[in-house]
Design a protein. Sequence first.
Length: 135
Amino acid sequence: YITNLEHILSIVSKDAHICLLLGSEKPFLNETNDAYLDRHLYYKALNELLREFAKTHKRIHLIDFNDYIKGQSDFTDNINHYKRHVYYEAARDANKIILEVLGNTIHQKNYFYYLYTMFKSRLSFIQQSVLKRIK
């Protein structure tokens, strides 16, 4: 895995940054898929490697889901799926990384903002059509 990361860093732009998501080191106790049993142990070992790699590669950034998962209620149906608030916290940290790297962040727009812009655009189109007919 580390060899692949080194290769990726060597072929992408020298200005490119890579953000890696670290898997849960906390077990999901309701796992029903045998392929995911003890996955938290695999993630723990992999995460340790990635943390060490990131220490020496400034273009690698980590989002550690272990920071947001407090208990079993934060999981949904398996170790890789979480409740909405967990993803929200991860997105906030991703925004912090974007700010650090680019100097600005991604802004969230709510549904009403999009309705407003759509209405404004259509109103402008109607106004232009009416003005053409008047002339």
